[in-house]
Structures are given as C-alpha cells and as structure tokens.
Design a protein around this ligand. Structure first.
Ligand code: 0O2
Length: 200
C-alpha cells in the first residue's frame, strides 16, 4: 500500500471510531431521557484532525514524520466534544460511557477538578474503541472532551480570541478571562443546585 492509500485508510478508521463513539453517546442520552426524563447531553461535535494539524503536532512533540508515530503518538486524531446541560452530567456521561465493556480508558485529564491556570475547564478522556474489519480488529484512540455549556462557551471564545490576536495577550486581559471562567463556574454550580431542588 503506498503512503497516500495508507493515510486514507487510517483516516477512515478514525472516522469509524468517531461514528462509534457518537452513536454510543446518543444511545446513552436517549436511554437516560426515557428512564429519568432528563437529557444529560445538550449537543455533540466531532472532528477529524486535519493533516496540517497532525504534522504540526508530530513536529512539536519531536516525533518522526511517519505512519507509526502518527498512530502511536497522536491520540487526538479522532475528537468528540460532548456538551452537557448540567455540571453533574459531565461525570455521569463519562461514567456511563466508561462502564461499557468494549471501551478502554487510556488517559484521563480532569480540568474541572483541576482547572488550567488560564481558567480552562473540561474533562478529557482518551479511550480506545474496537473497529471490526474483514478478518481483524483495530483498537482506535478517540479524545473525548466533556464539558458544560458554560465551559464550552468560554473555551470557544477564548480559543477564538487567542487565534485572532497576533500579539501576546496582556496580563490584565488574561486575568479578566480567568475571572470570567470562574464566574461561569459559579453559575454552573448554581444552576446545578436549582436543577436538583426543582427535581427533588
Ligand atoms: P483542537 O483543534 O481543539 O483539537 P497531550 O500532550 O497530547 O497529552 P494535548 O492534546 O496537547 O496533550 O493537550 P490537552 O491539554 O490534552 O488539550 C488538547 C485540547 O484541549 C486542545 O486541542 C483544545 O481543544 C483543548 N484545550 C486545552 N487547553 C485549552 C485552553 O486553554 N483553551 C481552550 N480554548 N482549549 C483548550 P487543540 O490541540 O488546541 O486543537
């Protein structure tokens, strides 16, 4: 198989893994609605890392530009973002997904319990899912970011602001961004409390 065909075959595998994870999440969300009259998931976004982003990450991590280091070193080629309604829904969705027999947890970063210094909050899981092919099974890694609507709102705007400016962001603006992340976190906690009281 030449390099281009191999690369396309690999992309197809990661695409299949995204579809698998998305379907699992949708089924969990629908099932939770039937049993508990509540949808933990507000919406799901999926993306396959672009070839340019893959190359940039291989270079940044000092890996050789080859298929093996791509498959072993870059664990976020397949990305699924799950935006939840309430704070408790984040761990609920993670636990329900991880309790499935065919999902293997490879790595977990909890930026909700331990937010990044800039205020970023999200739960990151790297899982592997089996993809069944003619005669073989491939275990494909997928990065799943699970966060609330408020966390997603902040992260989307902060990401956009960072990429828009060519200059370094001043300390005072960084401080205001962090302050806004903390305000949104307090709102998340309050809305969770209101939800619990209204459903007690
Ligand atoms: P994209 O297009 O959003 O995917 P690793 O060394 O591989 O374990 P990695 O992947 O470099 O760690 O970083 P990490 O901390 O696990 O986070 C990766 C992704 O989380 C980023 O993807 C963002 O989507 C999100 N993220 C992490 N920190 C921040 C932040 O401070 N602000 C915002 N807005 N998003 C953040 P990429 O690589 O940026 O690309």
């Amino acid at each position: 198989m030449d390099d281009v065909t191999e690369f396309l075959a690999i992309r197809q595998l990661y695409n299949a893994a995204i579809k698998q994870v998305r379907t699992k999440l949708e089924i969990l969300n629908d099932g939770f609605q039937v049993e508990h009259c509540h949808n933990p998931i507000h919406h799901i976004e999926c993306r396959l890392k672009s070839p340019g982003s893959m190359l940039e990450k291989l270079r940044r991590k000092g890996y050789p530009i080859e298929m093996q280091s791509l498959r072993e070193g870059i664990l976020d080629i397949a990305g699924v973002r799950v935006v939840c309604n309430y704070l408790n829904d984040v761990n609920l969705v993670a636990d329900l997904l991880l309790s499935q027999d065919d999902i293997r947890l490879l790595k977990k970063k909890d930026f909700i319990s331990n937010p990044k210094p800039n205020g970023y909050r999200s739960l990151h899981l790297i899982v592997s899912v089996p993809i069944f092919l003619a005669g073989t099974t491939e275990h494909i890694p997928v990065e799943i970011q699970i966060r609330t609507i408020a966390m997603d709102y902040w992260a989307s705007l902060e990401h956009h602001l960072k990429y828009k400016t060519e200059n370094d962001v001043s300390d005072s603006l960084k401080c205001r961004l962090k302050h806004d992340a903390d305000l949104l976190s307090a709102i998340d906690a309050d809305l969770q409390d209101i939800f619990c009281q209204m459903n007690a």
